[in-house]
Design a protein around this ligand. Structure first.
Ligand code: SF4
Length: 283
């Protein structure tokens, strides 16, 4: 899987999501000059702009143009997609070089999504933006990221089924804790994965270990990107890891999770038809 140079471009957002990973960190607003300096440093072929919400920066088009001029071929925006409900704005973003989009969605309906973004009307705008994107982009790559949380885990199947109609390229079910046990969520995660597979859509999980994803290991994003893709997390192995075939490839479970829920639900993986392929990926 391709890696991107990641640049934080906005500490503001037009949503106010309950579980925002970035707004809670109190990060400083980066200046236009500092962003341009980072763009100048071209180590990868792809570049990703994320926030907060990149699309509410008034100088975003200039930032994208700068990346395009520098020669980045894959220019990615991680966004809530609301601003793309304005098709003229979206056209300006695509003209400036934006060609890969990752959109965060919390649920299959306005009531659920808006209750988590805490902005009335955000669901409708995000879906309009998604519709514009799928209609406007010829060479498109659109990913939907669904963060899994206490409020939406029962709705994962509906959310995946609903977005398949947009003809998107990839779905990520992102599990980053939020005080929710794997035990409660895994059946819904597996159902959602199977719905996507049946509809020939690429789906990955984030934050779920091999022993929870047993049988669906190729859908674990960390086998391609490593285990710290969600930011700095602290992992530890537990008493059953010693008997697991993945013990040398797996960092274990997030320490906070083990403190809260214990280790009883994690049984060692004794066999996996994917083991040798996954081991080869680790090099
Ligand atoms: S090493 Fe431990 S945490 Fe990792 S998959 Fe195996 S049992 Fe699970």
């Amino acid at each position: 899987m391709l890696r991107y140079k990641k640049i934080f471009v906005n500490n503001q957002c037009n949503n106010n999501c309950l579980y925002c990973l970035y707004l809670q960190k109190g990060l400083l607003q980066p200046s236009f000059e500092s962003i341009i300096t980072e763009i100048t440093d071209k180590e990868q072929d792809g570049i990703e702009f994320y926030g907060g919400e990149p699309t509410i920066r008034s100088d975003l088009v200039s930032i994208l143009l700068s990346a395009k001029k520098k020669g980045f071929r894959r220019i990615k925006l991680t966004t809530n997609g609301r601003a793309f409900s304005d098709i003229h704005f979206l056209q300006s973003i695509i003209s400036a070089g934006g060609n890969i989009f990752e959109i965060k969605l919390w649920g299959s309906n306005p009531h659920l999504h808006d209750s988590i973004t805490q902005v009335h009307g955000s669901f409708i705008e995000t879906l309009r933006g998604l519709d514009n994107l799928t209609n406007l982009l010829e060479e498109k790559f659109i990913c939907i990221r669904i963060p899994v949380c206490e409020q939406n885990y029962l709705d994962l199947e509906n959310t995946v089924a609903m977005i398949l109609g947009f003809g998107i390229n990839r779905i990520i079910l992102s599990y980053s804790g939020h005080n929710l046990s794997f035990r409660k969520t895994i059946i819904h995660i597996k159902n959602a994965i199977n719905i996507a597979i049946l509809n020939r859509t690429w789906i990955l999980t984030e934050g779920l270990p091999f022993c929870i994803m047993n049988g669906l290991e190729p859908h674990i994003i960390e086998i391609y990107l490593g285990w710290n893709n969600l930011g700095r997390r602290s992992f530890q192995q537990h008493k059953n890891c010693i008997d697991c075939i993945f013990r040398d490839l797996c960092p274990g479970i997030q320490s906070d999770y083990l403190k809260r829920f214990g280790e009883d639900e994690f049984l060692p993986v004794k066999d996996s038809k994917y083991f040798s392929d996954i081991k080869a990926l680790y090099g």
